[in-house]
Design a protein around this ligand. Sequence first.
Ligand SMILES: NC(=O)c1ccc[n+]([C@@H]2O[C@H](COP(=O)([O-])OP(=O)(O)OC[C@H]3O[C@@H](n4cnc5c(N)ncnc54)[C@H](O)[C@@H]3O)[C@@H](O)[C@H]2O)c1
Length: 239
Amino acid sequence: MRLELAGKAVLVTGAASGIGLACVQAFLAEGARVGAVDRAPVPTLADGLLAVHADVTDEQSVAAAVGTVAERFGGLDVVVGCAGISGPVGTPVTETSAADFAAVMAVNVTGQFLLVKHAAPWLTAARGSIVLLASDSAFTIAPGMAAYGASKGAVVAMTRALAVDLPGVRVNCVCPSVVDTPMARGDLGAVLDDPAFPVQAPEDVADQVLYLASARSRTINGQAVLADFGVSARSGFPA
Ligand SMILES: NC(=O)c1ccc[n+]([C@@H]2O[C@H](COP(=O)([O-])OP(=O)(O)OC[C@H]3O[C@@H](n4cnc5c(N)ncnc54)[C@H](O)[C@@H]3O)[C@@H](O)[C@H]2O)c1
């Protein structure tokens, strides 16, 4: 498939690790120019990479990072919001603090909102594309992850709202099941190595992101793409 992303100006948040880093590498491989935004140091990968430090929960920091990337590249064609945290995992709701809940919402929801808010003028000018990281946890979830599930459900709903709010800009989100990244390793550990447990690679998600970022998906807008090996398709019917 010809993605025709060569020369495009791309900004990826959460670019220092996991899915964000895989997206950066995939866009660079297509010949795109990439602004890699994270609060952690981004690996030096290629000449086409511009690493920018920012905390997505801080509006001034996000505005400055978007401006730095857009001004260096002369615009923005694609924005990918990967920055995220899992927060409490396996913690009953009765034991989840309001501070922990708010911290997850600040990164996973407000962070995506601020990114789109400040990138929108550039993307509107370019008739560009936004891809946000939601999760299958917006639809089906393990016990003890109320904050994370709420945040990812919000990203799915916000994706539709943004697609309506931003004429000419396509906005979609991806909803992967467990992906083998430092986040998932930290939360689940050796479970990821159980061959009976379906786990995807960061590169699988990058493939979904690049397709949605490219003009090949020009008819898809306001959608949540659930990629979970079909697990959620199965009912609880005992057969
Ligand atoms: N790993 C999974 O199983 C999985 C599944 C579905 C969705 N996701 C989502 O994919 C996205 C990427 O997750 P990952 O697994 O690659 O995690 P990761 O921990 O490997 O990478 C997340 C990156 O986000 C950055 N980040 C976190 N908070 C930030 C902030 N306030 N400002 C700037 N950068 C910040 C981190 O520094 C890190 O580089 C997240 O939104 C996550 O919720 C992950």
